[in-house]
Design a protein around this ligand. Sequence first.
Ligand code: BEZ
Ligand code: FE
Length: 306
Amino acid sequence: MDTPSSTQQQIEQALLDEVVASFDNTPDPRLRQLMQSLVTHLHSFIRDVRLTEEEWNHAIDFLTRVGHITDDRRQEFVLLSDTLGASMQTIAVNNQAYKDATEATVFGPFFVDDAPRIDLGGDIAGAATGQPAWVEGVVTDTEGNPVPGARIEVWESDEDGFYDVQYDDGRTHGRAHLFTDDQGRYRFWGLTPVPYPIPHDGPVGQMLQAVGRSPLRAAHLHFMVTAEGMRTLVTHIFVEGDPQIEIGDSVFGVKESLIKRFEEHPAGTPTPNGRDVGDRTWTSCRFDIVLAPATNPDTTDTPEEM
Ligand code: BEZ
Ligand code: FE
């Protein structure tokens, strides 16, 4: 690509300066900063790649299609942000490492607000099929003190890689909430997570195909943990040994500290709470959760969907 002449560069720079200056009188200083930085980076991209008019048209068409497929249930813009790593970068900026607090990861589109409550040791899977998985751990603060009464929301896909809300028949399975006991402990039955694709029948799926990327997510189980005075934690656990971790997670959600062992037990092995799982194998996993204090200046509260 030829470097533009200095006259051409001056013309392009003058346009950028004019655009940046057009935001100078924005009353809200934060909005001014956001807009001026945004147009600076956008112009820099256009000039760097010497964007053609055909490419500009293509980008407008792509964004238009992202808008058209988006409705109350399908959020293609968030999916786009996820697949560009913008969601995980925003999470990284807003959930800065704090002592040994558990790392956060992407929220995803499949959380629902009113999942049923289960008792400790209860089953979140319901009618969802898959290999039973016993998950337990303790919720503490960064000083190691247990956090009693923490609310834990958990949700996951069935063994076919679908969440209940993807079935369009109003079913609820593979999700629940529970509370830690007076020593901060929790335990429940779920399903051993499996890899599954993000929704890829829209423009984001086409983009992934065009660049040779897989829509698959590494197998995971979602958690959201809330407790008085603590930073809300939105995270997942991933399955040690899942090949998709090496191949790559389509939304960049994997963090080393969140990869956990799901130990497989032969059929007939007694289960931790005496549940009869029939003639099936089952797995067990330990996930201890450390919450950062909400008062830490680097903390955030309730997440937006990401
Ligand atoms: C998920 O975890 O299910 C998910 C996350 C981001 C985009 C799509 C799906
Ligand atoms: Fe998920």
